[in-house]
Design a binder for this molecule. Structure first.
Ligand code: SF4
Ligand SMILES: [Zn+2]
Length: 365
């Protein structure tokens, strides 16, 4: 499909006209101010004439079945398969981007696959996926498509997962999350300086999203922080971040500390040592976070789930493969009966570590 095919262009809400004739997009705290024909920083929302449009409705950069632990979500349907897809563009400009081939795509050439929401739902169901994940880039910028896919998936009993930086304004935030069942939100650092210097965004809107999700929705939330040596991994920053999480979100929100690999505009920064991830996990637990994990490294202890009350091993993980399962059908610790926070089925899934690319055309009606 060519970039100009009208079927991928959808007029959208969340903008207003300025006195100087420009239109301001109010979807995310970037508040891009656009003249006719200009694209926003995210590349995929643009002004066409007197309106804002989403230029990538119904198009994706590819589909893949993954383990849900890879999103990462450790307390949402563990062991099950999730159908993952993304589009192009992003509303942050992280210098450390680990997905830049898609998120920085200005051209539509990465958007090889087109699929209606119904086709995606049909594929997810046929492939045995318990959920669909909006990932690789941020569903905030393709929200209208994500919401339609989520509705089609709910029709067939498949749930929806947003993998997001949480950089969204109040009104669309409510709309997006009314359709989501779970979210993994990046809390990329805990200083305004880090957000401003390395992502081009601001910290407070992300914190606002987290508070909204936790206190005003039923969405299951986990957090991910990519630890970048020398930038967001100090004892003090991690201490402040994890204290804030416990105080403002509560002790049951799982935190994932993942390893940075030199990429995009930060190729001179070394990869994160595994000891840094273990230290972050320890700081989180000491500050009252009940479920803290290391990620992107081989660390069975740091990847497994333990009962916060008696310390028993609840869900053993080796990379993305589940081992021992010591939860009751109701999601309680078999040793002491304490509930484990999360969304669990009576039995674990057994998708394992497989990553299976999918051709959506095979599932078209
Ligand atoms: S969604 Fe895109 S166009 Fe709208 S304010 Fe954010 S970056 Fe700009
Ligand atoms: Zn227990």
């Amino acid at each position: 499909m060519s970039a100009s095919n009208p079927s991928s262009v959808l007029p959208v809400d969340y903008w207003h006209r300025l006195d100087d004739g420009r239109i301001q997009c109010d979807m995310c705290p970037r508040f891009c101010k656009l003249r006719d024909g200009q694209q926003g920083l995210c590349f995929v929302r643009a002004r066409q004439g007197d309106r804002m449009v989403l230029t990538t409705y119904g198009r994706s950069s590819g589909y893949c079945v993954d383990p849900i632990e890879k999103k990462p979500l450790n307390h949402f349907l563990p062991g099950t398969a999730v159908l993952s897809f993304g589009t192009a563009g992003c509303n942050l400009a992280c210098k450390f981007c680990q997905n830049w081939d898609m998120s920085k795509a200005r051209q539509m050439d990465v958007l090889a696959d087109e699929a209606s929401p119904e086709t995606i739902a049909r594929a997810a169901k046929a492939l045995g996926c318990h959920s669909v994940a909006y990932t690789y880039n941020d569903p905030v910028i393709f929200m209208e498509y994500a919401v339609d896919v989520a509705d089609a998936c709910h029709e067939v009993g498949v749930r929806s997962v947003a993998v997001t930086a949480g950089y969204i304004t109040e009104q669309p935030r409510e709309v997006l999350y009314a359709h989501m069942d779970a979210a993994n939100v990046d809390l990329k650092g805990f200083t305004e300086e880090f957000y401003y210097r390395l992502t081009g965004g601001h910290l407070q809107p992300v914190l606002d999203t987290l508070i909204y999700l936790k206190h005003h929705t039923q969405v299951w939330v986990e957090l991910t922080t990519l630890l970048i040596p020398g930038h967001n991994d100090s004892e003090q920053e991690l201490d402040q971040m994890t204290r804030w999480v416990v105080e403002r979100l509560g002790p049951d929100v799982p935190m994932h500390f993942t390893a940075f690999h030199p990429d995009w505009k930060m190729t001179d920064t070394p990869p994160t040592p595994p000891a840094t991830l273990s230290r972050a996990r320890r700081i989180a637990i000491d500050n009252g976070v009940r479920y803290a994990y290391t990620g992107n490294v081989h660390d069975s202890r740091g990847g497994s789930t333990y009962c916060h009350h008696c310390g028993a091993l609840l869900i053993e993980r080796d990379w993305y493969v589940l081992g021992q399962w010591n939860l009751t059908a109701e999601g309680r610790c078999k040793a002491c009966g304490t509930p484990c926070a999360g969304v669990f089925e009576a039995r674990p899934g057994h998708w394992g570590a497989r990553r299976q690319p999918v051709r959506l055309a095979d599932f078209a009606a």
